[in-house]
Design a protein around this ligand. Sequence first.
Ligand code: GCU
Length: 779
Amino acid sequence: MPDTPSPTIHPAWLPSSAFRALGSRRVRIDAAGPLADTVRAEVSRACSLFGGALVTPEAPADLILTTAPATAPAAPATAPAASATAPAATLAASSAALPGSAAALPGSAAALPGSAAALPGSAAVPAVPAFASGSGEGYRLGRRGAATVVTADGPAGLLYGMFEVVRRGEAAFDPALPGERHEPAFGLRVLDHWDNVDVHPVMGQVERGYAGGSLFWRDGRLRDDLTRVGEYARLLAASGVNAVTVNNVNVHAGETHLLTDRLGEVAAIASTLRPYAIRVHLAVNFAAPVILGDLPTADPLDERVRRWWSDTTDRVFATIPDFGGYLVKADSEGQPGPFTYGRTHADGAGMLAAALAPHGAPVRWRAFVYNHHQDWRDRSTDRARAAHDHFAPLDGRFADNVILQVKHGPMDFQTREPVSPVLFAMPRTRLALELQVTQEYTGQQRHLCYLPPMWSGILGFRATGDNAPTLAAMLSGAPGSPAAAGSPAAPGSPAAPGLPAAAGSPVVQQQPAAAGPSAAASGAGLGGAASGRTSGGGVLSAVSNVGDDPFWTGHPLAQANLYAVGRLAWRPDRDPTEILDEWITLTFSDAPDRLRRTLHTLMDDSWQTYEQYTAPLGVGFMVRPGHHYGPDVDGYEYTPWGTYHFADRDGVGVDRTVATGTGFTAQYPAPWSDRYESRDTCPDELLLFFHHVPYTHVLRSGVTVIQHIYDTRFAGARRVAEMRSQWREMADLVDPAVHARVTERLAEQLRSAEEWRDQVNTYFYRKSGIPDAKGRPIH
Ligand code: GCU
C-alpha cells in the first residue's frame, strides 16, 4: 500500500517565520562541502521568503558563515541593511537550492533520493569517528565590523551556528552582540526510536509510542516517501541532536534483518539524515549470528561468532561509511544475551566493540537488566538494585568503545526516582545517561508534562556533595571524570571527590547542572575554550516521542520535550524555563506576551502537577499493567515485575535501607547513602521509594503522609482544571488546529487526573481508615 502523505505537517520549532531575521539579511557563506550546501539551501530559502540574499565574497554582508577564521575584509560598517530588493551581488543559488521550494532543502526526497546509488562512499560522509570529541561541531558567534560572524570548527559547526542565528532572531544582528564560543557538552546526542518494522501485535508500530506510526517504517517495510524523515533531520539539527537509532531495542524478527539483507533500508534513512549531520545507529539482536548467520551459537567468546560480527560490521560500514554504532538490550525482558552462554555482559559488549573498533564506532550496551520473573512474595529481591548488582562488579572490564547506557533511575522511567547509583559506581567505564522523552509513565502525551525540570535535576545531581561535579560534568567529560581523557579513567580513580550538601532529589536541585567550577560562565557551551577542554566525549541518549502524527508528538506541546533534549545535551546547565521560552519564541513566532505567559503557566510546573495526582512520594507505578496509562493502584502489586508499593493498613513504601530493607541505599556514595538511609534526611518526594512508613509519619514538610496524599491529589486535579480554562482563553492567539488538539488533550487529562485522584485517595482511605482532615469527598 503506498504511503498517504499527511496533508498538513506542523512545522514545530522551524516555521518559516522563525527565519525572518536571517532571511532578510545579506548572507555570505565561506565554506564548501555537503553540510555547507545544506546551510546554503536553508539560507537561500529563508532569503527567498524575506528578501535577503546570499552574497559573493566581495559584497557587503550582514552575516558571514565560515568554517575558518575569515580573512576577507568585513563588510563596511556603513553598508546599508539588506532590503526586499535583492542586492546586486547575489549569488546564484548554486546546485544546492531552488529558493523557496520545499524540494530545495537537502532533506527533501527530491534532493536526497533514498536510492542505494546515492549512498555509500558519498562525499558527504564525515571522516570523524561517531563518538569522538572535537568533531567540528563547535562555533564562535560574534561581530566583526558591521557583520555577525559564525566561525565554525567544521562543517557541522556551520550548521549549528546557522541555527543559533535563527534562534536569536534580530538579536543575532545586534551591534553589541558579545563574542561567544559554543560547543556541545555531550559528543553523542542520540534519540533512540523504539520503532518496530512490523506492527507488533501488542506494542504496535512504535513501542510506547503515543504519536501515531513510525516515521521510518510502515507495515513491515521502509516508507516509500522519506520526505518527513528529512524534515525530522532538520528539526533535530536545529535542536542540536546528532544521531538517531532507527529501531526498537526489542529487536524482533524483521528488525534483526536490518543488519544484513535489509541494510539498504537503513542506508536510505542514513542518506536522508546525513545532510543535517545526523548519523544512524541500529539496535541489534544479540542472537543475530544464530538467526542470520546459521551458526549454532551466539557465544561471544566463540571465534566463529566473533568473526561473523566482525564481517557483518565491515559490510555495514562498506554500505554506510558514517554509520553511528550499535545499541543492545541483552538479557533483559526476554531479549537474548551473554548469560545464555555463561558469559558476562563485558564479554558480550566486548565482542561487538571489537567488531566496531576498526571503524571508530561505539556499542551502546544497556544496563537495564533485571529479573522480570520475580516472586512478589520474595521481599529480598529488589529490582532497583539489579543494574548495579549486575554491572558495578564489571567496572574496568569493558572495552574502550563500549558505552554502558543507564536509565536515569534505578527502576524504569518513573515520574520520580532517585538518580541511578550505577552512574556513580563505574569510574573506569564510559557511561551514557538514558532519558525517556516518550511519556510512557508521564501521561503518554495525552497529559501535558514538560519534562526538562526533571532532566535538569538529574543532570545537575551531585552525588558526592555540593562541590563535587554534577552528573552532567562527570558524563560529558569534565576533567578527572571518566569521559574526560577520551578513555576510561585510571583504575581506582574516584568517580567524584568532595563532600555532601546538595539536595538528593531531582526536584529540589535547581542549580546549574554544568561542569561545576569549570563551567564557562560566559554563555559558552560546556567544554568551551574558557573551561580549557574540548568538546565533550560523553553520550546523552533519549527515547524519542515522535511519530507520524501531524504534530509530530501527538500533544503539540510535547514538542517542547523533544526540543529540550538537544538543547540540554549542548548545555546541561540551561534553565528549563529558558529553554521553554526559546521553544515558544521559535514555535509561536509572533507570540504575544499573553500567550507566552500562559504557556509558561501551563508548562513550567506541569511535571510536578502530574506527580501530584499520580503515585505519591516516589513510590512509582500504580499504573494499569500492560499499557501503563491511568491509575490501577494494585495493578502491579502481585505480578512478577518487581514493582511494588507494599501498602497495608499501617503504611506504605519500599524499605530499601541497609538496616531493615533490601540494602539498596548502600549502592550510593556518601553522603547520599546515609541521607537516603534515614527517614529524617531522605527528601520527602523520594520517601516511599526508600522507606516503608506509617501513614501518620510526619514529612519534613510538616504534613502526615496520608494527608499529603489527599492534599496533593486534590491540588493536582484542581490545577489541571485551571489549566484547561487558561488554555481556553488562548483560542484567539493560536492556530485553530493546535488549539483544538491541545483542548482535546486537556479534557482527557482532566478526566484522567480526577480518576487518579479518586482512586488513589479512596485506596489509601480504605487501607488506612484515616479520613481527610479537610473533609473532601473520598469514596
Ligand atoms: C520499559 C518499557 C518497555 C521497554 C523497556 C526498555 O519496561 O515498558 O516497553 O522495552 O522499558 O527500556 O527496554
